[in-house]
Design a binder for this molecule. Structure first.
Ligand code: SAM
Length: 215
């Protein structure tokens, strides 16, 4: 494991040098064993610059993207956060280490099972609410959320997610409006929403159909 600790420290140094996130996010990334969220055979690559396959044609985004998206949320401890697209469970675990109350929705049941196994191993499972579903619908029972993070790209801002965002809250998502994806931060002010372009990005598409069911 010390081998991975060194790799993790190097990853954090790389992210710090690139100015992608502040010390709170970097500290949490230094603590969280990213290799536990991928197949053991990919462990060595978990701290590199690649996104990694997690099965079912899905990926765990590379550390640079995770750092930047997490920082873009402007998260404070104790805030309620909805993540759409649990995938491996790494991002949700990171939000948890940052002191957020985390709700996360994944459309592919076996991925959520894998994420739960990793959280259990790391003793985070009882701090993360997770379910299988179509994230376009958000999680109405948990709303309003101070922050919402979407890790798959819809074509348009899902209206239910905006409706579940607290007033003054931030929603960060990749939008695939044709002509390339853009990472966008939306701030809700009363009934109005203000969008800020954070740059080009590349995410798997957000799909509506769920796959499998958790036991
Ligand atoms: N945040 C993840 C992590 O830490 O590993 C990476 C997410 S991966 C880039 C995007 C995920 O979004 C995939 O697991 C995919 O199945 C999921 N997804 C796509 N459309 C969805 C939807 N409508 N509702 C919920 N999850 C969705």
């Amino acid at each position: 494991m010390s081998e991975f600790r060194v790799a993790r420290e190097r990853m954090v140094e790389r992210l710090r040098a690139a100015g992608l996130a502040g010390e709170a996010v970097l500290g949490a990334m230094a603590e969280l064993p990213r290799h536990r969220f991928v197949e053991p055979a990919l462990g060595r690559r978990a701290y590199g610059r690649d996104s990694l396959p997690i099965g079912h044609d899905q990926t765990l985004s590379h550390p640079e993207v995770v750092a930047f998206m997490t920082e873009s949320l402007r998260l404070a401890p104790g805030q309620r956060v909805l993540e759409v697209g649990t995938g491996s469970g790494y991002q949700a675990a990171l939000l948890c280490l940052l002191g957020a109350e985390v709700w996360t929705v994944e459309r592919i049941a076996p991925l959520l099972d894998g994420a739960r196994a990793a959280w259990t191993e790391l003793r985070l499972a009882d701090r993360i609410r997770a379910r299988v579903g179509d994230g376009h619908a958000g999680w109405p029972e948990g709303a309003p959320f101070d922050r919402i993070l979407v890790t798959a790209a819809p074509r348009e801002l899902p209206p239910h997610l905006l409706a579940q965002l607290a007033h003054g809250g931030f929603l960060v998502l990749p939008l695939d409006g044709g002509g390339g994806q853009r990472l966008v931060r939306v701030r809700r002010e009363g009934e109005r929403a203000f969008r800020e372009d954070l740059g080009a990005c590349s995410f798997v598409p957000m799909r509506a159909r769920t796959v499998g069911e958790s036991p």
